[in-house]
Design a binder for this molecule. Structure first.
Ligand code: HEM
Length: 649
């Protein structure tokens, strides 16, 4: 049985580690000199990062705790309410330390003079509501206040996962802050920091919630479930950390010779140490937990010291000048002013295959979508079940297409060419779903993922819960899906959403998700194998398809014949020195929407027609079998009826 003080010792070591890491990082990285350069009082020099590290630790304990509860704990577990009280406390600390961080940051920016007069608080309010850093962190801290209240009201797993989603969403504004805000590789920097914070929260907060829960509910299952979360997190933290570091450090020499580089190397050492802990747990403790619990928890307690040190170093790193400047220098071209990056070279015949710019987030999503699917299929085959190979090929091809659209030619050119943007749109909303839907992922998860027996919810339970919610049932309704699919075209291009999705990184990510999901729901409603709301008959499905086809055509023609630019201050101001004029390029985009957009729709029409004839054949066979079983009684009755008609009765 784990002793009560163990968790408090772990928390103390986490705080001690973070203090040591922060101090070492500020000194080695050189951020400590900011005091001299900006005439900062020691209070502010150390107060701001100290408030930040307290805020990041409490944020991790809250969000990671909620994710752990959602995936590991049963609402009937004796630890359920205890874990909730711990998370409510952590959320309150997050809110208060976040407010302190905001206040001290404002004092730093405004010259450090606090006063009680209105001007001070008016200025502070402007910082919170009109200055990007203030706005971003305020959004995060507001979520903390909300969670500190909401968590106290939680009574079931559904509200746990909704609270976890709010917590995870609150990391998005933090991903846009700090060095990522300016960075010339803005998209990659933001994605990397966001994924980094996500991995850290689940890893650190999950372990803390496990420790709290295990005292009341000492089951090895909880440790195993956390261990899967930890494996996912370490991968995320490592990949995102290295990507972030690469943007800001650039050369190997900079790793060794600059303060920023040296602090990053220290952090890498911490990560390797933490990976060592994970390896020892998996090889020496998890399968023999009952006999070795004491040793296991001793190691876990010590691990918090390393976690703290890595987090302290990370916070110091965010305050350290990085070798590769965040801002493009010299005279900026229109393309650099608009996109933060240079205009790419004119695309050549092979550019479709040779030009790539990896999108870290979508690369990891595609790896997960393909990886989990293949693992699921292998699990079925290993236990002697079958799974149509066509489904696997279709799913993996869909994921490969999604990867190509989000990291290949289109990820490089769609900001500069409307036609490239439109083609990527068509592939995301039609091409990818037409390949993914036949993969029947929900059916695979329902059959391959291990079913929980203690009322807790794992991947299988949450996916089945999600597809059966009223909300999902409404969205998956064929008419609603068709409306969303078709109307998205007009709403997206003829409202400010198009500008937001083109200029803003968050808008761009939202666009990809929206197009893929609306396309998926539409294709699923027409030809999906997975369970869903009542299906339309085949004739109605074909009508729906033809209707959508027509809508697409009108939309394409409208753009093709349009004489005004949809985004003149973007495509018209890009200063592109090659290719068609912005208007010609937009008209080509219209032709693509009309032409290319129809190909997947034609494939779908064929698919529906084939499924229709197949279902007719199945029906005919069923009727034949029923007739055979009844000794062709139906044929006899039918002939009797014909006879009666003949006789005019
Ligand atoms: C391969 C190992 C790692 C590398 C290369 C790495 C790299 C980075 C980089 C480049 C940043 C961005 C700093 C900035 O804004 O300039 C960062 C931030 C951060 N990292 Fe890591 N990291 C690693 C592992 C870890 C681990 C294991 C933890 C803790 C468990 C961690 C905690 C943090 C934190 C808390 C931030 C803070 C960001 C902020 O205050 O905005 N990192 N890391």
């Amino acid at each position: 049985m784990m002793k009560s003080g163990k968790w408090l010792l772990a928390l103390a070591l986490l705080l001690l580690g973070s203090a040591i890491g922060l101090f070492a990082g500020m000194v080695i990285g050189g951020a400590v000199n900011a005091g001299k350069w900006f005439n900062l009082s020691p209070w502010l020099l150390w107060g701001v990062p100290a408030a930040k590290i307290a805020f990041e630790i409490a944020q991790a304990l809250t969000i990671g705790g909620l994710v752990f509860m959602a995936f590991a704990l049963s609402p009937k577990s004796p630890a359920f309410s205890r874990a909730l009280s711990f998370i409510a406390f952590a959320a309150a600390v997050w809110a208060i330390s976040g407010t302190a961080y905001l206040f001290l940051t404002y004092l730093t920016i405004s010259g450090g003079l606090f006063s009680l007069d209105n001007t001070f608080f008016d200025q502070f309010w402007i910082f919170l509501t009109a200055i990007e850093l203030g706005q971003l962190v305020s959004l995060n801290v507001l979520a903390a206040y909300l969670l500190a209240l909401v968590v106290l009201l939680i009574r079931n797993l559904t509200s746990v996962i909704l609270a976890a989603m709010l917590g995870l969403a609150s990391l998005i504004p933090m991903a846009f802050s700090g060095h990522a805000a300016g960075s010339s590789s803005h998209a990659l920097a933001v994605n990397a920091l966001g994924l980094h914070l996500l991995g850290i929260c689940i890893w650190v907060g999950g372990l803390a919630a496990l420790m709290i829960s295990y005292r009341q509910d000492p089951r090895a299952d909880l440790v195993k479930r956390y261990s899967s979360l930890a494996l996912f997190s370490i991968g995320l933290v490592a990949i995102s950390g290295i990507s972030s570091a690469q943007i800001r450090i650039g050369t190997l020499e900079n790793y060794l010779t600059t303060g920023y580089g040296q602090v990053t190397l220290l952090k890498t050492t911490m990560l390797i140490l933490l990976a060592g802990f994970g390896f020892i747990y998996r090889t020496r403790f998890i399968e023999k937990l009952n006999e070795r619990a004491a040793g296991f928890w001793k190691l876990v307690t010590l691990e918090f010291l390393i976690f703290g040190a890595a987090m302290g170093l990370g916070t110091a790193l965010a305050r350290t000048a990085n070798p590769v400047s965040d801002y493009p220098s010299g005279d900026l071209t229109p393309a650099e002013i608009l996109t933060g990056a240079k205009l790419p070279a004119e695309p050549g015949a092979w550019s479709w295959l040779t030009v790539w710019e990896l999108d870290l987030l979508w690369t990891l999503i595609c790896l997960a979508l393909a990886g989990f699917y293949v693992v699921g299929v292998l699990r079925l085959l290993r236990r002697g079940d079958t799974w149509p190979i066509a489904r696997t090929i279709s799913w993996v091809s869909g994921v490969l297409l999604l990867f190509y659209v989000t990291s290949g030619y289109f990820n490089v050119y769609e900001q500069y060419l409307f036609s490239a943007h439109m083609l990527s749109h068509m592939l995301l909303t039609m091409g990818v779903p037409v390949l993914l839907v036949p993969g029947a992922p929900v059916t695979l998860i329902a059959r391959a993922a291990i079913k929980r027996s203690d009322d807790s919810r794992g991947l299988r339970e949450w996916v089945l819960w999600a597809v059966n919610t009223k909300y999902a049932q409404v969205l998956a309704n064929p008419l609603v899906a068709a409306f969303l699919f078709a109307s998205s075209l007009v709403v997206f291009y003829f409202t400010p959403i198009f500008g937001w999705a083109t200029r803003e990184h968050l808008g761009h990510q939202w666009m990809i998700v929206h197009f893929v999901i609306t396309g998926y729901l539409f294709v699923q409603a027409l030809v999906g194998v997975d369970p869903g709301p009542a299906r339309l008959g085949y004739p109605q499905r074909l009508m729906l398809l033809i209707g959508t086809l027509a809508f697409h055509a009108f939309f394409g023609l409208a753009i093709m014949n349009g004489q005004t630019l949809l985004l003149p201050d973007w495509f018209g101001a890009m200063g592109r020195t090659w290719g068609p004029t912005p208007l010609e390029d937009q008209q080509i985009g219209g032709a693509i929407a009309w032409g290319i957009g129809e190909i997947p729709t034609a494939i779908l029409t064929l698919y529906v027609a084939i499924s229709w004839s197949k279902s007719d054949q199945r029906e005919a066979k069923r009727l034949d079998r029923a007739s055979d079983r009844s000794g062709n009684q139906d044929v006899a009755e039918y002939n009797e009826w014909l006879e009666r008609i003949n006789k005019g009765k």
